[in-house]
Write a new protein. Structure first.
Length: 285
């Protein structure tokens, strides 16, 4: 007589291996980029990368506002046909809120960039705002893949995005500078003074292509926004924002302390931030 628990455990082990391997492999590949960044950038330049990515860690909590966890909670509770309502309501909510947040960042880009000391590099912040928008909207389709136990597609799309990001970084930071003089197309369009910006452009390219891969699943939904369900979901989700901020503070606030609270000119602080960020990344291994 077969044990039904045996099948459950086998499936759990299999899916855990796929999710875990994709996460570990993704972190390892991103870890290798530190070698590229520290070779190409000066410490202060790499400090900019660390600074902006630390801020996106805080902002993604706002952009997603616990809706991914709420999706899991309510899709299991509602079940059946109502599962589609949970999915569509979640997606519509995140699309609308992401457009709102991106618009607010664009609208207030002058004071935001001034407070962050990026008055002359506002496009860094605008690019990352779009990255956050793509990532936030993609969160629910990724959650749906997990709910439907489609672990291999989940892992493939995740690793595809990481591969695109790494490939684009290597192209912009290593290939283009090396061959700009010998390939006319690169010489025409490549801007050496935008090297830091290409890190964020690479991220935007990866996030947009991941969103494109998930788009067929998004287009399958019936555009149905259940306001009563949305109120219940947001009521459940809003405490998760506090939890998310707590985790982000624990992991990321150190960069902001270095930037704003060391008693040095901002240029010196950014240099120290770059060195600290590289050491932090290396220690993750």
């Amino acid at each position: 007589m077969s044990n039904p628990l045996s099948g459950i455990w086998k499936r759990l082990a299999s899916e855990t291996a796929v999710y875990g391997l994709s996460s570990i492999l993704g972190r390892l590949l991103n870890y290798l980029l530190v070698i590229v960044y520290t070779d190409v950038f000066l410490p202060a330049e790499y400090g900019v990368v660390g600074d902006i990515y630390s801020m996106t860690g805080f902002l993604i909590v706002i952009f997603t506002y616990g809706m991914e966890t709420a999706f899991f909670r309510f899709v299991k509770e509602e079940g059946g046909k109502n599962a589609d309502a949970v999915y569509s309501t979640s997606v519509i909510s995140l699309v609308a809120s992401s457009l709102l947040f991106i618009s607010l960042i664009w609208l207030f880009i002058d004071p935001i960039s001034s407070a962050m000391y990026y008055e002359d590099q506002q496009y860094y912040l605008l690019i990352m705002a779009m990255v956050l928008g793509f990532d936030a909207i993609s969160a629910i389709p990724f959650a749906k893949l997990r709910y439907e136990q489609r672990a291999f597609k989940f892992a493939f799309v995740r690793l595809f995005g990481i591969a695109i990001n790494i490939g684009a970084v290597l192209f912009f930071l290593l290939f283009c500078p090396a061959y700009a003089d010998s390939i006319p197309a690169i010489k025409k369009y490549f801007e050496p003074e935008m090297m830091i910006g290409y890190v964020f452009i690479s991220n935007l390219l990866a996030s947009a292509l991941v969103f494109a891969l998930l788009l067929p699943d998004l287009l399958k939904i019936q555009l149905r926004f259940d306001s009563a369900l949305w109120k219940k979901m947001t009521h459940y989700a809003w405490p998760l924002i506090i939890v998310g901020f707590a985790g982000s503070i624990n992991e990321l606030l150190d960069r902001q302390f270095i930037k704003y609270y060391l008693n040095n000119p901002i240029e010196v602080n950014m240099e120290k931030l770059g060195i600290y960020n590289a050491c932090y990344k290396l220690s993750i291994l």
